[in-house]
Ligand binder design. Structure first.
Ligand code: ADP
Ligand code: MG
Length: 613
């Protein structure tokens, strides 16, 4: 085979935007795996150690390199994939910038072994900080093996910037998933710290998705297929009822390259409109094939963003293809009310709601006044009338001052009782459940409406935070331990949380490559559906920790609370209503749910009087 690598002219090199190619071990994984794909490999093996810090190695059975190419491959702008600027518009390969190996060799210890099929001997090259340490002919299998050790050994700033091993491993798994999904025709193996995480056989996309995520996907996937002159689309979307709280399994591949596209994502979301509720995201795995001349992959150094020539048409075609599939496969609308707190129309303070008999200001929030109130809650507009918190904070002081201050404020027919008297000491107050969603009760100050789901979340949130601090969570052993299938990145996440999960009452008895065994659940969980619980928990945990930037314990406590709290729509017996009220007021911050929204609304007698004027 002839030598094929050429140095790009400077003009082309400059045309290719310079950028940082390697930010973390996962970037090296992406580049090396893509090179292996470009080399026409049938089998690709990725080995990592310690989140890629100690080792990232990719072994392939592709074309291999000649001795000269092997040496040249480490030069900057050395590529066999394009020869001129024009070629930038005909790209069929993953790489083309000729920067990856040069960048990796500049910041790590690299060993390359490579042999072409028609050669007896291969080439071994060792690089360290861009310098060739050793080069010699060697015996090795056909194909290429590149090991990258001690990444960032000479860039301490970058090294220190790396996150914990489980976090870096998760980034690597993300890249691995992207390449593996874009190429179901290639067999992949992933070994992490000497244990095998994935062994993916060559096959089709459906099989690949099931191997990567779980067998459960068999029943979740709806095929999408559309062929037009400007684009062909092939792949799967998940049925609406499996939409997730977090954006997780959302993959666009354009000409077999994973890309990010908020614009096309929007098209998919639009196709699901009316089938899923706000705040959940559809999962999809979609391959788009277009003429390479109609896209520009060159707008981002990591090549995950591309520009389409005719993006509006592509948007429309994509949206209609998905709509058609959802229709064809008889996917009935189903809104997951459980998951969605916002299915009741959102009202602004200016919204006038005119129902035949009553007018209610849903936004009335008596707790907030400027500059005071719990720092826990996000700022809200000042309440128009009454200030319940102030009212009670006055009451909490000495009785004598209460009386004078109250008198000074506004004469009332009945003197208000102290809160704890009203709720605890004097036994249960009458309660009433409204719409299977609110608990209505009263004290002499007025009547109180409690959001049962949010109130219970507050109770559980504080409970779980305490159990994590003191490792005091009770575990309810399952009669039969359940094996829960999860993606490898979810398993990594669980590993990170293992100790805290244990403290809340989870009994995870074994971590396998693709599954965990659950021996027991927190005593508070009513259902024994470990799979559902764990899947929801992971979803919400990811949401809480990424969007809200909460610490691990807060995120976990919040997700557990959300999952296990009494739901809206659940009927509660009188004793349950009472017990919830008692527990709520035993909390440190009873007035707001873990997300900062109010748990209680009070209408003071004063407020009621004004309403009846
Ligand atoms: P690019 O992929 O953008 O061309 P790289 O720095 O990633 O740049 O690789 C440089 C060149 O080294 C490639 O163009 C290719 O010819 C060769 N090469 C890299 N990895 C492999 C591999 N696994 N098998 C065969 N050739 C490879
Ligand atoms: Mg490359």
């Amino acid at each position: 085979m002839p030598d094929i690598i050429e140095l790009l002219p400077d003009s082309v090199a400059n045309q290719i935007a310079a950028g940082e190619v390697i930010q973390r071990p996962a970037s090296a994984v992406k580049e090396l795996m893509e090179n292996a794909v470009d080399a026409g490999s049938a089998n690709i093996h990725l080995l990592i150690k310690d989140g890629g810090r100690t080792l990232v190695q990719v072994v392939d059975d592709g074309s291999g390199m000649s001795e000269t190419d092997a040496r040249l491959s480490f030069e900057r702008h050395a590529t066999s994939k394009i020869k001129s600027a024009n070629d930038l518009f005909l790209i069929q390969t993953k790489g083309f910038r000729g920067e990856a190996l040069a960048s990796i060799a500049a910041i790590a210890h690299v060993q390359l072994l490579t042999r072409q099929a028609d050669k007896e001997l291969g080439t071994s090259i060792e690089m360290e900080g861009s310098k060739v340490i050793r080069q010699e002919p060697t015996q090795c299998p056909v194909g290429t093996s590149i090991s990258v050790k001690n990444l960032f050994f000479n860039v301490p700033a970058r090294r220190n910037f790396l996150k914990s091993n489980p976090v870096e491993t998760r980034h690597i798994l993300d890249e691995f998933h992207r390449v593996a999904l874009a190429h179901p025709e290639i067999a992949f193996v992933l070994t992490n710290n000497d244990s095998e995480v994935y062994r993916l056989g060559a096959g089709n996309l459906r099989k690949r998705i099931m191997e990567l995520y779980s067998k459960n996907y068999e029943h979740r996937l709806v095929p999408v297929k559309e062929e037009t002159e400007i684009i062909s689309i092939e792949g799967f979307v998940c049925k609406p009822e499996f939409a997730r709280k977090t954006r997780g399994e959302q993959f666009f591949m354009v000409n077999n390259r994973f890309i990010k596209s908020p614009y096309l994502h929007h098209a998919v979301v639009n196709a699901f409109r009316g089938l899923i509720s706000d705040g959940v995201h559809p999962s999809y795995f979609l391959n788009l094939t277009v003429d390479p001349a109609t896209i520009d992959i060159n707008i981002h150094p990591t090549k995950t963003e591309i520009k389409f020539e005719d993006d509006k048409s592509i948007y429309a075609i994509l949206q209609s293809a998905i709509k058609q599939s959802l229709g064809k496969f008889n996917v009935a609308p189903s809104i997951d009310f459980e998951q969605d707190a916002n299915f009741i129309p959102h009202l602004t303070s200016r919204t006038q709601i005119n129902t035949p008999a009553i007018t209610v200001n849903h936004d009335f929030n008596p707790f907030n006044s400027e500059g005071k109130g719990s720092s826990f809650a996000p700022p809200r507009p000042k309440a128009k009338q009454g200030d319940w918190e102030e009212f009670y904070s006055i009451n909490m002081r000495s009785n004598s001052s209460v009386e004078t201050e109250i008198e000074e404020q506004e004469p009332m027919d009945v003197m208000p009782e102290r809160w704890d008297d009203a709720i605890e000491a004097k036994g249960p107050k009458p309660t009433y459940q409204l719409n299977a969603r609110y608990i209505v009760t009263h004290n002499v100050a007025g009547f109180i409406i409690i959001d049962q789901h949010r109130a219970h979340q507050r109770v559980l949130y504080e409970h779980f935070l305490r159990s994590m601090d003191t490792s005091s969570g009770h575990c309810q052993q399952l009669l039969f331990p359940q094996t829960v299938q999860l993606s490898a990145s979810d398993i990594e996440l669980l590993r990170e949380m293992e100790e805290d999960l244990h403290a809340t009452g989870f009994d995870i008895t074994a971590f396998n490559q693709n599954s965990v065994v659950i021996g027991g659940l927190p005593a508070l969980s009513k259902s024994e559906d470990a799979t559902g619980l764990l899947e929801n928990l992971l979803d919400q945990f990811k949401h809480a920790s990424s969007t809200l930037k909460l610490g691990q314990r807060e995120s976990l406590a919040k997700s557990m609370a959300k999952n296990l709290a009494i739901k809206r729509g659940e009927n509660l017996a009188k004793e349950e209503q009472q017990s919830l009220i008692d527990k709520l007021f035993a909390c440190e911050f009873p007035y707001h749910g873990p997300s900062g929204k109010p748990t209680i609304i009070t209408f003071t007698a004063d407020e009621l009087d004004k309403r009846f004027e």
